[in-house]
Design a protein around this ligand. Structure first.
Ligand SMILES: Nc1ncnc2c1ncn2[C@@H]1O[C@H](COP(=O)(O)OP(=O)(O)OP(=O)(O)O)[C@@H](O)[C@H]1O
Length: 658
């Protein structure tokens, strides 16, 4: 019976023919060795055979069943594949990686133990708990081969299994393959560069420029060409100007008896999902940086942020230039004159160092050299300049401030204004100046909703609860998943028959665990480290933070589906967060955004949820309030959209092409 039949297979890359009318067939229980120079198309042929690549014409049948592009579940339990690269998770142990693939093949525990014992002895595997990345190249190759056979497949497809190995190890692998074909009736299809190896196979094919030029038993090839070795035969064939084709052009016999294939039609299999989650846990436990990232980074970030952002600026220098001499240390206080207003004003200002200048020019020089942040010039008879208007009380001093530091400028303006109001207010009881003004000093109503103790720091910390975890989690999840794709474990996982639904569910479970860990940290940081009073419902606060993190996690996952290259994944994660954060309304009110971009900003993940959180923590609003439920709805919609994108992304980009 034929195990594998390939008929007239053609495959192009960028209009270049890579596989050109490939025909071959492999009898069950035999070893077929495909030999050819580098770049002739051997790996491409294997990719087509496994359903990892589309081919343009021709057909492939395994056990007389058609191979379809990306339908990997059909043959998963029948095929064991060992790729050219090691393709194992570098920080798992030997037993963990074998158990992982056994789980994906739904091998029961006793069967796994038995099979593991067998392959360990046959391939002389290193100890169970040795970590893959600490093994030698040869040991890693043997583990990679063990992965291919752990589930007792009927067909073994090996892409250059012996490349770079010493003679002893090659010999051991060949003995193993021979034994398997004899005892277990395995069928082996392997590629190699080595002619002496090809000679050991039951049948070998010479491939050149995408087609098989000779295919037969090694001794028959040499006999027919009247040469003493395969090397000579190959050289002779390659030197001929018109390439000689002596392949059997066998028709695919569709009437031949079909081997029964039991394809698992279930959408979700518990053992597979457990396997996928266990894989990530094993990986995580050996990555202290990732553990720190998940469990402590947010607390650390919060401590840094809350001590830097939203705190009250201090230690500036302001220059003071005055026309008259005011002695604030004098014991002879002359009540209610300019001197007292002046001194009272400066008493109200704390955290600022005042430097007296004899003349304006000197202070201006220092200002230009950035040695002082601003200049306050006190004119003569300044009390006459105090003007009352609807909005504010004018400071009768000439003030020049450095506007290159915009937030500092706003802060300083407000501080000076407040100090002046306060000084006038204090003097109102004893002095008679501007009495009408002082009876009703104007106040800025900034405490409409927030508690009276509200500070910028509180506002910033609340905002940080959505702002900080987002880039961190997008980056974390995109890097975690690209790692599997980069290492090649991803492709092997898919070839083991794992379904898209199972990958998504396993990732969702993982995501819920990580989001829960993150959310608890954020609440801990808010309540314990920064001591913010959460006026609203604690559970609701936790829930809003939690779903926001899920959105970030799924964003990272989508990036990893489309971009398996590390640098591109990092670039995309950064780009997305650099777009989402400034358009979230967290750094600057969205009311100021251009009308074209505003609706787009509101639709992005952080804007509504930030608003929601602020309203729950600072105002104590409940879920029924539109300002709260709109944020939750927005995150919910993003989660649904991300799940759809992940599903379709995986459907169209199942295999990593890196
Ligand atoms: N994704 C791709 N896009 C474009 N060209 C590709 C792609 N993959 C492979 N090729 C080209 O197809 C040709 C065959 O590549 P393939 O990897 O199948 O060769 P090979 O015989 O397995 O080589 P080696 O023995 O070195 O592994 C090469 O010229 C390669 O550059």
């Amino acid at each position: 019976m034929k195990c594998i039949e390939i008929k007239s297979l053609c495959k192009n890359y960028n209009n270049e023919k890579i596989l050109n009318d490939v025909n071959l067939s492999i009898e069950c229980g035999t070893i077929y060795s495909l030999i050819g120079p580098s770049g002739c198309g051997k790996t491409t042929l294997i990719s087509c055979l496994l359903g990892m690549q589309k081919f343009h014409s021709g057909g492939i049948r395994i056990f007389n069943h058609q191979v379809e592009f990306e339908n990997t579940t059909k043959f998963a339990h029948l095929i064991g594949f060992m790729p050219q690269t090691i393709s194992l998770a570098s920080n798992l142990s030997v037993k963990e990686i074998l158990k992982y693939f056994a789980n994906l093949h739904q091998l029961e525990n006793e069967k796994f133990d038995k099979s593991f014992e067998n392959v360990r002895k046959m391939l002389e595997l290193p100890s169970d708990d040795s970590i893959i990345q600490e093994l030698s190249g040869g040991e890693q190759r043997r583990v990679s081969l063990a992965v291919a056979i752990i589930h007792n497949p009927k067909i073994l497809i090996l892409d250059e299994p012996t490349v770079g190995l010493d003679i002893l190890l090659c010999d051991r692998i060949w003995k193993f393959l021979k034994k398997q074909t004899e005892e277990k009736h395995f069928t082996v299809f392997m590629t190699t560069h080595y002619l002496n190896e090809a000679a050991k196979a039951d049948r070998c094919g010479f491939m050149r420029n995408g087609f098989i030029i000779v295919e037969d038993n090694a001794s028959k090839i040499t006999r027919n060409l009247n040469v003493s070795s395969l090397d000579e035969a190959f050289l002779m064939i390659c030197q001929k100007k018109e390439i000689l084709r002596i392949c059997d052009k066998q028709e695919i016999n569709v009437n031949e008896e079909k081997f029964e294939i039991h394809e698992d039609k279930k959408w979700i299999r518990l053992k597979v999902i457990i396997g996928l989650i266990a894989f990530e846990i094993h990986r995580l436990k050996r990555q202290p940086v990732e553990i720190f990232w998940i469990f402590f980074a947010i607390i650390f970030q919060y401590c840094v942020f809350s001590n830097v952002i939203g705190t009250i600026p201090s230690n500036f220098k302001l220059g003071v230039v005055k026309s008259n001499y005011y002695n604030c240390n004098s014991t002879e206080i002359i009540f209610c004159n300019e001197s007292e207003i002046f001194c009272e004003f400066f008493n109200q200002i704390d955290g600022i160092e005042m430097i007296n200048y004899g003349n304006y020019e000197k202070s201006y020089d220092d200002f230009k050299k950035s040695e002082i942040f601003g200049i306050i010039k006190i004119p003569e008879n300044f009390t006459n300049l105090i003007i009352e208007n609807e909005e504010n009380l004018t400071i009768p001093f000439e003030i020049l401030l450095d506007n290159s530091k915009f937030p500092l400028l706003l802060f300083m303006q407000q501080k000076l204004q407040k100090a002046f109001q306060k000084s006038i207010e204090n003097l109102s009881k004893t002095c008679n100046i501007k009495n009408n003004l002082l009876i009703k000093p104007i106040k800025i109503e900034e405490e409409m909703f927030a508690p009276l103790t509200f500070e910028t720091k509180n506002y910033q910390s609340v905002i940080n609860a959505v702002l900080m975890p987002f880039p961190a989690i997008v980056l974390f999840s995109s890097l975690t998943f690209t790692q599997s794709r980069r290492e090649g474990v991803w492709n092997r996982t898919i070839l083991s028959g794992v379904k898209i639904t199972e990958i998504i569910i396993a990732n969702l479970i993982e995501c819920l665990i990580i989001a829960a860990a993150y959310s608890v940290q954020i609440i801990f940081s808010l309540k314990v480290l920064i001591e913010i009073e959460i006026i609203g419902n604690l559970g609701l606060t936790l829930f809003i933070i939690f779903i926001n993190i899920i959105v970030g996690f799924l964003f990272g996952f989508i990036i990893a589906i489309f971009y398996s290259k590390f640098e591109i994944a990092v670039g995309m994660a950064s780009l997305i967060t650099f777009i989402i954060i400034p358009t979230s309304g967290i750094l600057w009110p969205l009311e100021g955004a251009s009308p074209i971009i505003k609706p787009f900003c509101y639709a992005l993940p952080l804007s509504m949820v930030g608003e929601s959180l602020r309203n729950v923590i600072l105002k104590g609003l409940e879920i029924q309030h539109p300002l709260v439920y709109k944020g939750i709805l927005s995150s919910g919609l993003w989660i649904i959209l991300s799940l759809f994108l992940s599903f379709f992304g995986l459907k169209f980009k199942k295999f990593s092409t890196e």
